[in-house]
Design a binder for this molecule. Structure first.
Ligand code: ADX
Length: 196
């Protein structure tokens, strides 16, 4: 990492608290982590819709989508996955400072990546939710056909098959989407997280 020389932090006249007050909410980042096919994207978009309906300003950062734009230059090597998460965490931090609730849907497979995200975003704002769906269920769903390709040797470093996934040790919530409806998952989130 290059150090930034000759750059000085420039303070503005409006604080993150001012912006949050304007939007009448407490901006947080709901960080969804789990294997491919565990339900991160589905839950992220359902939570976004639910929050918008109840008058909250929020935004989903989704792995596949962010990799179409901001992170289109990144692969799935360990270094690139770390850079993927670093950039996303910096974006989430900016959006939180703008007053917006952020929901992220990234595999973020290693504890070190998620620790970095927590440090960038701030422990008070970062809420980790583990989609604890068994790999057999994720693989049976295989929404994009990628497990099949990975088993056939057509994708290298595929999480859960040829690349590791470390479950979070102390998530605020763990949800097994095998037997849980979207409504139940939203209710479980609602019970432990407040954006008021
Ligand atoms: S992360 O590991 O860097 O956090 P991210 O969530 O951005 O991953 O991207 C995962 C998405 O990329 C998956 O939903 C899948 O569609 C796609 N993908 C393509 N190749 C791989 C791979 N080798 N491992 C995991 N996901 C992959």
């Amino acid at each position: 990492v290059k150090t930034n020389r000759n750059v000085t932090w420039q303070p503005g006249q409006v604080t993150p608290e001012d912006r949050a007050r304007l939007l009448r909410q407490t901006p947080r980042t709901v960080w969804l982590t789990g294997l491919p096919g565990s339900g991160k994207t589905t839950l992220a978009f359902a939570l976004e819709k639910h929050l918008i309906k109840s008058g909250h300003t929020c935004f989903v950062l989704d792995g596949d989508n962010v990799r179409h734009g901001l992170n289109r230059d990144l692969s799935f090597s360990p270094d690139d996955r770390a850079e993927n998460i670093r950039r996303v965490a910096e974006v989430a931090k900016l959006m939180n400072e703008a007053g917006v609730i952020v929901i992220t849907a990234f595999i973020s497979p290693l504890q070190i990546y998620r620790t970095m995200a927590r440090e960038i975003i701030g422990a008070g704002r970062f809420l980790e939710i583990y989609l604890d769906t068994p790999i057999e269920v994720c693989e049976a769903r295989d929404p994009k056909g990628l497990y099949k390709k990975a088993r056939a040797g057509e994708i290298a470093e595929f999480t859960g098959v040829t690349s590791p996934y470390e479950p979070p040790k102390e998530p605020v919530l763990a949800l097994n989407t095998e037997s849980l409806s979207i409504e139940d998952a939203l209710a479980r989130i609602h019970a432990v997280i407040s954006f008021e």
